[in-house]
Design a protein around this ligand. Structure first.
Ligand code: ZN
Ligand code: ZN
Length: 490
């Protein structure tokens, strides 16, 4: 997503609260570099106490991690932007926010680049955009950065009258924030492309975005250019990533971003992609049309269409759904701003490493959330079961959604209303109600569904009665989505 011009913040109280907490925590935060200096100084004094402390440390280090750690849930966001592309804060400030908010892992996925190499960011005069001052890395944004990490860490220079701040590469800043078992940074890139179909005598020019996140790459992957459709971009990008994975041996995966952003990808294109397991069912950016509109499907409807047709007709693997932030705006929190903290994944793994997170997600051992926490998900042996970690005063509805094998496969094109401007993107199709039907529904904090044998798949959607704080669009309630359980004979 490209940044959307910010609007005036209508919720100053909330912002002031967050800001106050943030500043206070920054003041009391342990500065790791300072601690390292202190240890070096004490070491030079050879204090007996230190020797015994170091001895204890060595014993602990020798014990190492347990041979088989228990499975745990790790919370993470795999779609985030920083000043390296079109986000409006420094990468270590963003990572610091996520860590303080209780996330275990974070991928900063800037557009068409990896956070590598030398990059100096030019500080320009703040600009008022739609009534709000945008600092573009300077002003208060730079002051916050200086307060949090100190003038020794923040590198500034002035050349030829230009003031610049150096953007730290991931390899430099990650050690300030990472802690084994507690917080992990995962390399990432949002591979950002556009398809375009030239105007003909009978059709207008058509164009749309295709954005694909690559989690844990070793090397940069360039966007596909000169494609006249979304499917070509998706397939060529995924094939390039598979080649990199085969060459390097590094576990990595792509996920298709926000298919409804500018309506760039239709269900019929998405369903045809080979070797793709993931797409975003929930994206917290306010311009991605998660809910669709009168003539276009929601991301959940797209999910049901692609699951149904991949399993029934195309004989392709199912796709899993992610929740992500796609955050760009870190200074004012309000509807209409692409803030952090709206969508995430909970991944069940034994270790907090990029490799174990990738492998657990490839196995489908994760769920997407926009607020609801699940204590347990069981998905296998013909049964899908969820247990919710309830909040006081909130009630939950669990819907088991799926398609039966004998579904009605008919569909109709959804055309725009008459007398509206010609669209530059492809029309969606509406399928019968048997595609993605609610097969069972339960209220409460525990629910399970046992396959009867005629289902292509079943997935669970958990809907709460709790209004989502700082929602991306008005009226959202907190939800969670499990991955689909596939019927035996697809
Ligand atoms: Zn995007
Ligand atoms: Zn994005």
């Amino acid at each position: 997503m490209r940044a959307i011009a910010p609007k005036r913040n209508h919720r100053p109280c909330k912002w002031l609260t967050r800001h106050a907490i943030f500043t206070e925590q920054a003041d009391i935060a342990i500065d790791l570099r300072q601690r390292a200096v202190e240890i070096a100084r004490m070491r030079s004094l050879r204090l007996p106490l230190l020797v015994s402390l170091l001895g204890l440390t060595l014993v602990r280090a020798a014990e190492g991690p347990p041979a088989s750690a228990p499975l745990r849930w790790f919370k993470g966001n795999l779609h985030t932007h920083s000043l390296w592309s079109d986000g409006n804060d420094y990468p270590e400030m963003i990572a610091d926010w996520y860590k303080r908010e209780g996330y275990h892992f974070l991928a900063l996925s800037d557009h068409n680049l990896m956070q590598e190499g030398q990059k100096w960011y030019e500080l320009k005069q703040p600009v008022v955009v739609k009534g709000e001052l945008n600092f573009y890395g300077g002003g208060e944004v730079l002051q916050k950065y200086l307060r949090r990490f100190g003038p020794d860490w923040v590198e500034q220079r002035e050349t030829a009258g230009k003031k610049e701040v150096r953007l730290k590469p991931l390899a430099e800043y990650r050690s300030l924030l990472e802690e084994p078992g507690k917080f992990l940074m995962i390399p990432s890139e949002e591979i950002t492309a556009t398809w375009k179909r030239e105007k003909t005598d009978t059709t207008p020019e058509l164009t749309g975005p295709v954005h694909i996140n690559l989690t844990n790459p070793r090397e940069f992957v360039a966007p596909v250019k000169d494609a006249d459709n979304a499917l070509t971009i998706m397939q060529r990008t995924i094939d390039a990533v598979l080649a990199q994975r085969a060459k390097t041996g590094q576990p990595m995966f792509t996920h298709i971003n926000h298919p409804n952003f500018v309506w760039g990808i239709t269900a019929e294109e998405l369903m045809q992609v080979h070797h793709e397991q993931f797409f975003e069912v929930y994206n917290g950016h306010d311009a991605v049309n998660n809910g669709g509109d009168a003539t276009r499907l929601s991301t959940e409807q797209i999910w049901d269409v692609i699951l149904t047709r991949r399993l029934a007709e195309l004989k392709l693997e199912p796709m899993f759904g992610l929740g992500v932030d796609d955050s760009h705006a870190y200074h004012n929190f309000a509807i209409g701003k692409s803030n952090p903290g709206r969508g995430w994944v909970m991944v069940r793994a034994r270790q907090l490493t990029a490799e174990s997170i990738v492998r657990a997600m490839e196995a489908g051992d994760f769920y997407a959330s926009s607020g609801v926490t699940l204590a347990d998900v069981q998905r296998g042996d013909g049964r899908l079961a969820v247990e919710i970690q309830p909040e006081a005063g909130v009630t939950y509805t669990v819907q088991f959604i799926g398609t039966r094998r004998d579904y009605d496969p008919t569909s109709q094109l959804l055309l725009p209303p008459e007398n509206t401007p010609a669209r530059k993107t492809l029309p969606h199709r509406r399928y019968s109600k048997e595609v993605g039907a609610v097969l069972a529904e339960t209220k409460g904090t525990k629910a399970s569904y046992t396959l009867k044998g005629d289902e292509l798949y079943v997935r669970a959607r958990i809907v709460s009665t709790k209004a989502k704080p700082n929602a991306s669009v008005a009226g959202e309630v907190e939800c969670a989505w499990t991955q689909p359980l596939v019927g035996a004979k697809w």
